[in-house]
Each structure stands twice: as C-alpha cells, then as structure tokens.
Design a protein around this ligand. Structure first.
Ligand code: ADP
Ligand code: ADP
Ligand code: MG
Length: 447
C-alpha cells in the first residue's frame, strides 16, 4: 500500500482525499498557495507546504514546486484531485520519471483520452457510438464550412483540450461559422494553451448521462452505474443525481457495457468517467472521458456504498479490485447540489469574501463535502464552488424532499450563494417529473 500521499489540490476535494488517507492509515502532505494559508486542508493534513503565490499558474499548477515538495517530504505518490493538474499528461509523466506514483491512469492514457478529439477517434474504432462530427481536428475554415454543410446545422465547435464547460460554441448557420471558428480557436489558445478544435453535430435537447468506472492494474473493470448531470448552466453541471430517470436496467447495462468497452480499448486504469449524451430516442453517444475523480462522485458512493477515492488509492497501490460487477448493486436515490459563492441575480457573478455565519445541514442521509468554516475568507482567485450537499433516500421523491430540507437548514452569511436558485429547481414541476434535458436551466430561467 502507498505510504504517504501529496494532495495536489485545495478546497473540498483536498479534504475528501485527506480523509480517505486517514481512514486507510496513509500519511498526507497538503500543498497550498499564499492565498490559502488559512485553508482547512492545510490543517487536516499531516504536513503542509506552501508552493507559491495565489495565482494558480504559480502554485497549484507549478509542476516543479509540487514535485519537489513531494520528494522533500518523502511522499511515494501524488493525488491530483480534479481540475488543476489532474488531466495533465506532462505532469503525470514527470511524476513517473521521479518515481512518484500519480494516482490516476498512466500519462500515455491521459494523452490519449485527455485530448477530446483523439479519444473520440479511438472510441469510434473500438465500436463505441460517438457523436457525429469531424474525424479528428479541423485544420482550417474551409474544412469547417464543408463539414458543417455535410453534418447540417446547428453544429458545435469544441476545443480538443477543453474542460469545465469552456471552449464550446454553438453555430446555427454558415453566416456565424467564420467568427465562431476564430473565437473558439482564440479561446482555446488562451484557456488551454492549445488551439486545436473539432466539430460535432449539435444534439438537440439531450440528457447528459455518464458512467463511473473502476479499472485495476490487472485487467479487471467494473462500472458503478450512471449519474445524470443534465442540469447545467453554460455547459457546467450544478445538480447531479443517480439513478437517471431516463434509464431502465436494460439501457443501464447497455451503456455500462459500452463504457467498459471504452475502458478496455484504451487500456485505462484507475477511476474514470465516460460521458455520454442521450437523445430523445434513447440513442447514446460517447462525448468524452474524464480521466480523474469527478466533482459529482459522491452521488455514486451513496447508492453503491463504494468509496471511490479509497478505490483509486488501492488501485494505484497495485491491489486488484475486491469485487466484480455482480457484487455491485444500487440502493435508493442520491442527489448532489453544488453550492457556489455567486450571485444569480447578477448573472452568477462570483462572490468571494468572508463567511460571517455558517450553519451546515446534517441529519439522516445528508452528506456535506466542504472546506469552509465560520470566519473563513473565500479567495477571489479560484473556482466559486464552496460546498457540495449530497442526500440519499429510498426513492427520488424522498431524495428531493430531503435536499429541500437540507437547503432550508443551510445558512451561509457574508457571501452570496446559489442556494435559493437550487431550491427553485427542486420545486419545479418538470424537474419533479423527471422531464428535463440540458436546456432546462436556460429555458426555465430565461438565460
Ligand atoms: P466534473 O466533470 O467533475 O463535473 P467539471 O467539468 O465541473 O468536472 O470540472 C471540475 C473542476 O475542474 C472545475 O473546477 C473546473 O473549473 C475545473 N476544470 C475542468 N477541466 C478543466 C480544464 N481543462 N482546465 C481548467 N480547469 C478545468
Ligand atoms: P467539458 O470538457 O467542458 O466537460 P463536454 O464535451 O463534456 O465539455 O460538454 C459539456 C456539456 O456541453 C455537455 O454536458 C452538454 O450539455 C453540452 N454538449 C457538449 N457536446 C454537445 C453536443 N454535441 N450536442 C449538444 N450538447 C453538447
Ligand atoms: Mg465533460
């Protein structure tokens, strides 16, 4: 088993990893930026090292400082969490070369699957249904024009290196194509330092349904069912649930098998997620693979009873999975709400600042993953997600009622949050009926 893990992240996911390590008897080293010196993850870890100033590029993305910290503190491994360096093949390679285990797939697989247009090519070859679109990247505007005519508008232009909902633009007609093409290329260059883009048919009113998988280093692969992440704003998830109201056990098995096929085709190891879009006729299409732990992983933990972060660590330690597909069963219903420090009235403008008063929900079936506390100051330089509330109940209606109850209990004073906005979603009749798709938030809230 790994002995000492450097946690290369911050916030709630850093705590999530540190807690798993504690329970496994593994020592932890937290890293932090100057903006995070009072953060909880620095206090809960066994050791903490400052790796640079607040700007992420100089701290949480500073590969050299992070690796050096791991070596100096005698760590045998690094857990990257999500965001930051989690899908950075170069960093995973540097870890391998320094004899530090990167808790995730090998850098070669990150290279292969982290590039969204490459991974689609690979999946197509393996016989997994993919969203119709370009074969690989688009080289120039002329190619884009020809292909869009062939596919038919609307289409999407997407950054190959994209993530976090960024670098995606819908194009409705030829007139819009040229400016959109230049914009996405520019955005991709600025956000991801990589201006490769690809094209996809725009699937109208789909559901986002993803499959969680676990693959050990001995060829064993299982899936842990789906998460429905159709409730999104600007292509970013805000509420996730499992099971999905549109899957029956037959479709679940079909999508699970496709996900396992995808994993085997790429020789993938560790935890990962295959994201699919499902259209009105229940056709499903591979969209991308996330080669890391995901924000919404707790929803799956609640209904399967499997600790995905501990599994990641055990897999990275070389242990075989302790269960097979038939040992995995799903119990009840789980929902997650992402609590962001932002103001929905002001176009969801981030609202950093000091938390003056805090009461987090609790009780039967309620889990809160957060790193905030009374008096804590949310720095302006990072993501605005400050907490995740996850509930588990016997069925969907009970889970919705429990989440409403949890949001009612939740008091966060000093900063604006999206709690009331989330509450409005839970009260919505169409949401309650399970009648929604990825355009729901836009439509219902006129965005
Ligand atoms: P999930 O698929 O787990 O829901 P998200 O897409 O919401 O993940 O991303 C998780 C976190 O990582 C968010 O904070 C997001 O801003 C960040 N993130 C994801 N991909 C990238 C990327 N390529 N570059 C920078 N940040 C990213
Ligand atoms: P990211 O890497 O930022 O997570 P994804 O490729 O996973 O980007 O897409 C994010 C979201 O954008 C999806 O969950 C979906 O709502 C929307 N989307 C992406 N591709 C398509 C498509 N071809 N048709 C319709 N919606 C799409
Ligand atoms: Mg995605």
């Amino acid at each position: 088993m790994l002995r000492k893990i450097l946690v290369a992240n911050r916030g709630e996911i850093a705590l999530r990893i540190i807690r798993a390590c504690r329970e496994l008897g593994i020592k932890t080293v937290a890293i932090y930026s100057e903006a995070d010196k009072d953060s909880l993850h620095t206090k809960l870890a066994d050791e903490a090292i400052c790796v640079g100033p607040g700007t992420a590029s100089k701290s949480y993305l500073n590969m050299h400082n992070i690796l050096e910290s791991a070596c100096l503190t005698g760590c045998d491994s690094i857990h990257p969490g999500f965001g930051f360096l989690s899908e950075n093949a170069k960093f995973a390679k540097m870890c391998e070369e320094s004899n530090i285990k990167f808790i995730g797939p090998s850098y070669k697989i990150i290279e292969l699957m982290g590039n969204k247009s490459n991974s689609k090519q690979l999946m197509k070859k393996a016989g997994v249904p993919v969203i119709p679109g370009s074969d690989g990247t688009i080289k120039n505007l002329k190619e884009a024009i020809n292909l869009a005519n062939k596919i038919g508008y609307p289409i999407l232009l997407k950054a190959s290196a994209g993530g976090g909902g960024k670098g995606i633009r819908k194009v409705d007609n030829l007139e819009e194509l040229e400016s959109a093409y230049n914009l996405v290329k520019q955005e991709a260059k600025v956000s991801f330092n990589d201006d490769e883009i690809y094209m996809e048919k725009y699937i109208v009113n789909p559901r986002h349904v993803e499959i969680q998988i676990l693959a050990d280093e001995h060829g064993n692969v299982v899936h842990l069912g789906e998460r429905d992440c159709s409730l999104q704003r600007k292509n970013q998830k805000i509420l996730e649930e499992s099971p999905s109201t549109i899957l029956n056990s037959e479709l679940r098995e079909k999508m699970g098998k496709a996900a396992i096929k995808a994993v085997k085709a790429s020789n993938y190891t560790n935890a990962g997620t295959i994201e699919f879009l499902v259209d009105k006729d229940k056709n499903f299409y591979f969209m991308e693979m996330n080669t890391r732990i995901q924000v919404e992983h707790p929803v799956t933990e609640m209904i399967t009873g499997i600790d995905i972060v501990k599994e990641q660590i055990k897999i990275a330690s070389g242990e075989p999975l302790g269960f097979t597909q038939k040992d995995i069963s799903f119990r009840g219903h789980s929902i997650e709400c992402r609590i962001n420090a932002e103001n929905p009235e002001l176009n969801f403008r981030p609202c950093p600042g000091q938390i003056k008063e805090l009461n987090l929900p609790g009780g039967n079936g309620v889990r809160v993953d957060t790193a905030i506390y009374t008096g804590y100051t949310i720095p302006p330089v990072y993501d605005s997600m400050i907490a995740k509330i996850i509930v588990h109940a016997e069925n969907r209606n009970a889970a919705i009622a429990k989440m409403k109850r949890a949001l009612e209990e939740c008091v966060i004073e000093g900063v604006d949050t999206n709690i009331d906005f989330l509450y409005t979603i839970l009260k919505n009749e169409d949401f309650k009926k399970g009648d929604f798709d990825t355009s729901f938030i836009n439509k219902e809230f006129g965005m």
